[in-house]
Design a protein around this ligand. Structure first.
Ligand SMILES: Cc1ncc(COP(=O)(O)O)c(C=O)c1O
Length: 387
C-alpha cells in the first residue's frame, strides 16, 4: 500500500512540522482498531502472541536468530550491556554526539562511558580515534548510527576483535539502515531498537527490542525482563520489569508491514534535499556509500550560521530542531564519564548542525521549497566567506 501523501499538493500555507505521527496511521487505522478490540477482549495484554510474532519478524528483518521485546529503547540498552558482561568499573567506548540514554545505560550499570570524537562527515564515532581510548578496563564499544547513518562496522569490528571487546549497537535511530549490504541490527553481539513514536518503526507508546546473535543472551534477557536475576560474565544482575505489551507489538507489526513504502517516501524527501544541499554540508557515507543505505531518521544540514538558518526557516513556516548541543561530555552526568581524546568535532556538530523536517507524509513540493531556502542561505554563506 502506498503511504498517504505526496500527491503533489503543497502545504505552503500551513507550517511544515518536523514530524507527522498521524497521517501514516490513517491507512492502517481500521486494521489496528479491529485488532485492538480483539486484544481488549482477550485479556492477554503483556508478552503474548503479538510480542512473540514481532520478535520473530524483526529478528528475520535484521538477520539475527533472536530478538527480545522490552519496555523501551533505554531498557534495551541497559540489558544488552549487562548481558554483554559490562560490570561496575568497566569502561564502554561510545560517542558524545547522541541522545542521553546511550550514556545513562552505561552509568546505571556503574560503568564509565568513554567518549570518542565523531567523524564530521557522518556524525558517527570516528573509528580512527577508538584505539587511543582503549584501556585495560574497556569492556565494550557502543556505536550509534546517528540519525540513521550507518557506522563503519568493518573497522569497528576489527578493533573489537583485536582488543577482545564486545560490541553493542545502539540502533534506536537505525531500523532499516544498511551497512555493507547487511542490516545494522545484524552487527555486534547485540543491537537495540526503540519504538518511541517518532522512531523509524513506531509504536503508540514506549517499547524496545534487543537483537541477539547468541541464544544464551536472548534467554537471559527473557528472564531479566520478568524480574529474574541473571548471571553474565561472572556477575549477578538483578532482574526488572522490562516487558513489552501486546498493544505496542500489534501496532508495530502492522506498521512494519508498510515499512518499505514509508521508507521510500522518506528517502525521496532525503533525495530532494540532497539535490539542493552541497555534499560538504550534509551526510557523506562511509565507504563512499557502497552497500550502504541511510534511513534518514533525521536529515541534517551543516551551516556556519546555524541559528540564522533556523530563523530563516522558521520565518518561512518550517519547523527545525537543534540536537545534542551541547554534546554529552558537557552534560551534568559527565562527572561519571571520561573523555577518550579531544571531542572537537562533536562540539562543533552541536554548534552547526540543523535538523530539517523529514517524514513519509511530507509533500515533495514542501521538500523542494525547503531545499531552495537552504541552498540560497548556504550560497550566501559561501559568498561571504570568500569576500
Ligand atoms: C540514540 C538513542 N538511544 C536510545 C534511545 C532511547 O529510546 P527510548 O526512548 O525508547 O527509551 C533513543 C531515543 O530517543 C535514542 O535516540
Amino acid at each position: 500500500m502506498a503511504s498517504p501523501k505526496n500527491d503533489g499538493t503543497s502545504g505552503a500555507a500551513k507550517r511544515v512540522g518536523r514530524y507527522d505521527l498521524i497521517t501514516p496511521m490513517l491507512p492502517v487505522k481500521d486494521e489496528i482498531c479491529a485488532k485492538f478490540e480483539k486484544l481488549l477482549l482477550s485479556g492477554n495484554y503483556i508478552l503474548g502472541e503479538e510480542v512473540r510474532l514481532l520478535e520473530e519478524e524483526l529478528a528475520a528483518a535484521c538477520g539475527v536468530p533472536e530478538a527480545v521485546g522490552v519496555a523501551s529503547g533505554s531498557s534495551a540498552l541497559y540489558v544488552a550491556l549487562a548481558m554483554a558482561g559490562v560490570r561496575p568499573g568497566d569502561e564502554v567506548i561510545t560517542t558524545p554526539y547522541t541522545f542521553d540514554a546511550t550514556m545513562e545505560a552505561i552509568i546505571l550499570l556503574d560503568a564509565v562511558p568513554v567518549f570518542v570524537d565523531i567523524d564530521p562527515k557522518d556524525l558517527n564515532i570516528d573509528p580512527d580515534k577508538i584505539e587511543a581510548a582503549i584501556t585495560d578496563k574497556t569492556r565494550a564499544i557502543m556505536p550509534v548510527p546517528i540519525f540513521g547513518a550507518p557506522c563503519d562496522m568493518h573497522r569497528i569490528n576489527a578493533i573489537a576483535e583485536k582488543h577482545n571487546l564486545e560490541i553493542v549497537v545502539d540502533m534506536a535511530q537505525g531500523y532499516g539502515t544498511i551497512y555493507d549490504g547487511q542490516p545494522m541490527g545484524s552487527y555486534g553481539r547485540m543491537s537495540t531498537l526503540s519504538f518511541y513514536p517518532t522512531k523509524n518503526l513506531p509504536g503508540i507508546g514506549d517499547g524496545g527490542m534487543v537483537f541477539c546473535r547468541e541464544k544464551r543472551d536472548a534467554d537471559r534477557i527473557r528472564k531479566f525482563r520478568a524480574h529474574q536475576a541473571v548471571t553474565a560474565n561472572g556477575h549477578l544482575y538483578s532482574g526488572w520489569n522490562s516487558r513489552l505489551d501486546e498493544v505496542q507489538a500489534m501496532v508495530i507489526r502492522i506498521r512494519n508491514a508498510h515499512f518499505d513504502d514509508e521508507q521510500r517516501d522518506r528517502n525521496k524527501v532525503g533525495e530532494i534535499y540532497d539535490s539542493y544541499i552541497p555534499a560538504a554540508n550534509r551526510l557523506q557515507m562511509p565507504n563512499e556509500g557502497r552497500g550502504m543505505h541511510v534511513t534518514h531518521h533525521q536529515y541534517w544540514v551543516r551551516a556556519q550560521n546555524r541559528d540564522g538558518l533556523q530563523k530563516l526557516l522558521n520565518e518561512n513556516g518550517v519547523d527545525t530542531a537543534v540536537y545534542y548541543d551541547p554534546p554529552l561530555h558537557k552534560h551534568e552526568l559527565a562527572v561519571y564519564c571520561r573523555n577518550g581524546g579531544d571531542l572537537n568535532a562533536a562540539q562543533q556538530a552541536g554548534k552547526d548542525i540543523l535538523i530539517l523536517p523529514i517524514h513519509a507524509a511530507l509533500p515533495f513540493e514542501d521538500a523542494h521549497r525547503i531545499g531552495v531556502l537552504v541552498k540560497d542561505f548556504l550560497a550566501g554563506e559561501a559568498a561571504q566567506a570568500q569576500s
